[in-house]
Write a protein that binds this ligand. Sequence first.
Ligand code: NCD
Length: 473
Amino acid sequence: MALKGKDLVTIDNLTIGEMDAVFNTADAMDNNLADQYGQCRGKVMASLFFEPSTRTRLSFETAMHRLGGRVISVSDPKSTSLAKGESIADMARIVSSYADIIVIRHPWEGAARLVADYADVPVINAGDGGHQHPTQTLCDLYTLRRERGDIHGLKIALWGDLKYGRTIHSLIFALAKFGANIIFCPSPGLEVPEHVLNKLVTEYGGDLERFKGAKRKVKNGAFPVDAAYITPGKPHQLAMMPDVDLDVEMKAGVDALYVTRPQKERFSEEEQEPSDVFPVVDKKLMRGREFRKALVMHPLPRVDELAYDLDADPRSMYFKQAAWGVPVRMALIALLLGMKEVLIAEKPSKQHVYPWYERDYGVACTNPRCVTKQESEKKYLKPGFKVVSRDPLTLRCVYCEHGTEPKFVASTEWHEGKLEFKFYHRADSHWRKQIRIENLIAFDSEKEAEKYGFKPTPARKPRTKKETNAAAD
Ligand code: NCD
């Protein structure tokens, strides 16, 4: 197996073996940075940043320069034809005819996936809105691996904005893949989105224990634990004692505290952060029993949530995380371009294959930041979903991965095409299982269903005396 030609849109695109190959290559390159010049000679990387960035953009560009390749870049969103209303698909087709590899950061969730669909060259997601940031995750895992040797069995506390932090969303799945345990310490109101947790437990196994007694108050300058993810195959006390105060679990000590800043640029109006609920991670907090041995990690930039008094502390990893971004991204670029070949050890892993749902009309993604909701993209882009559950009927957008539960369903096979039988039904009725997936049409509202000529399910004639009486009441 080789990484050549692959896209990295979400962290799910890489297996453990592939990530190990990136890390081993990064180790070798980091030992001898100056010697890598020439590995990607003659290759061009397009660096397209439609959102602010310091570390990610500069480390990608440094990586390509160190490999001897060339970089073409966009760092001001207003300077491209997207500002004139050009679609992402057209931009992707054009840029992929100029460059051998594309790195894209964009505020719309699912934008990197869309670029990958239309580009003929490997595409790397450098952050798409609040969705994912897989290369930051590679830097985070690489740091854990270098500092702790093995990621398996580690206990990592995720802290702060777990709702909008895209680095968090990629990291959760990667930690689960490597068999680490996760303690969730969200800022009140900024908990991990349900669609992320659902995917975590359904696709990665393991147990998610929710902290029932959580009164969402900040205790002693620390966010209370909201939930814990226990990796599969590890008999765990928490699973047997669901009501245990998970703060006790923290007291046993965590291996790393992963801090994030409030991602204010993605806050809704109601979410404007009250200043007293974002405690500062500082020397005093890190003296606590739970953090004594913990590495302090942060994707940066920091604002007020991480004190400068920790910078000289040997547990602080955030500058190393950023610095190692160069060898990690060098390894990734060289491998995706096929300029470096490595042996990839693969363990068989469970693949989740879901039925696909795609229609020109009907249900749309409910996430306003999704790329499918944008005017410039709607003209050509059909919403696409994976049917991840039939009970309740749950569709996962293939671009931004938000979940949606449509309210009404119908079938394309409405009784041999006779229009008088063109009915729609409630999605929680028995029909949701009766209609074959390939015939399914899902609607968000009755109005939508009626717009396409469907009529409500006719009331069934009462069959029993009880039903007749109930109908008469
Ligand atoms: C992060 C990002 O852009 O998501 N930064 C980074 O890439 N290192 C985190 C953040 O902005 O808070």
